[in-house]
Design a protein around this ligand. Structure first.
Ligand code: COA
Length: 164
C-alpha cells in the first residue's frame, strides 16, 4: 500500500462524513446502541480522523468520550470507508492511527461495537459478557475493547455513557 494521508477531522469535513455515514448505515443507523451513546456526547475532535484523497473524503473514524463507572475511555465509531475505495487498507489504517493517538493522549481503553474478525487483529478483544452494557440493543459478542493500559478491561463494569 502506498503512503496515505491521514489527518484530523476539521469542522468543514462534517457534511461529507455525515453523508458517508448515512449511506453506509442507512435509516436504521440511529437505532444502533453506539449511535445512542454518540447522541449523549460529541465526538472528540482530537481523536477523529479522515483519509483525504486529493481533497475528497475517502474514509472517516470518530472517537467519542465515554465513561463506564468511573473509568473514562473512548468509543470508536463510526468507521466508514467510501464504498469504491474499500479493501485498500484505509479502514485498518484509520483504526491503527486512532489507537496510537489515543495511547499518546493517555486514554486507557477504546470500546466499540463491531465484527471480531475485523477488529481482533487490530488489538480488540471481547469483554467478559454481561458486565458492560450499551444503552440500546447490542449483541454482547460484538462489544470489543482495546486495552491501552494493561488490565483495564477487568475493571470495566456498568453502563456506557457518553461524557459531554
Ligand atoms: C468495514 C469497513 C470500515 C472496512 O474498511 P476497508 O477500508 O474496506 O477495510 P480494510 O481495507 O482495512 O480491510 C479490508 C479487509 O477487511 C475485511 N473485512 C471488511 N469488513 C469486514 C468485516 N465486517 N468482518 C471481517 N472482515 C472484514 C475485508 O474482507 C478485507 O479483507 P482482505 O484484506 O483479506 O481482502 C468498510 O467496509 C465500511 O465502511 N463498511 C460500512 C460501514 C461499517 O460497517 N463500518 C464498521 C462498523 S463496525
Amino acid at each position: 500500500m502506498s503512503d496515505i494521508l491521514i489527518r484530523p477531522e476539521a469542522p468543514d469535513d462534517d457534511p461529507a462524513i455525515s453523508s458517508l455515514v448515512s449511506n453506509a448505515f442507512g435509516p436504521g443507523a440511529y437505532a444502533r446502541a453506539a449511535f445512542r451513546v454518540r447522541e449523549q456526547a460529541p465526538h472528540d475532535p482530537d481523536l477523529s480522523f479522515i483519509i483525504d484523497l486529493d481533497g475528497e473524503l475517502a474514509a472517516s473514524v470518530r472517537l467519542t468520550p465515554i465513561v463506564i463507572g468511573s473509568h473514562e475511555g473512548r468509543l470508536l465509531g463510526p468507521l466508514v470507508v467510501d464504498p469504491p475505495l474499500k479493501s485498500r487498507g484505509y479502514g485498518k489504517a484509520l483504526v491503527r492511527h486512532a489507537l496510537a493517538e489515543a495511547r499518546a493522549l493517555g486514554i486507557r481503553y477504546v470500546l466499540l461495537v463491531g465484527d471480531p474478525p475485523y477488529y481482533g487483529p487490530l488489538g480488540f478483544s471481547p469483554l467478559p459478557q454481561g458486565r458492560v452494557k450499551m444503552p440500546g440493543p447490542c449483541d454482547p459478542r460484538r462489544l470489543l475493547v482495546a486495552e491501552l493500559e494493561e488490565g483495564v478491561a477487568a475493571s470495566l463494569e456498568g453502563m456506557v455513557v457518553g461524557r459531554p
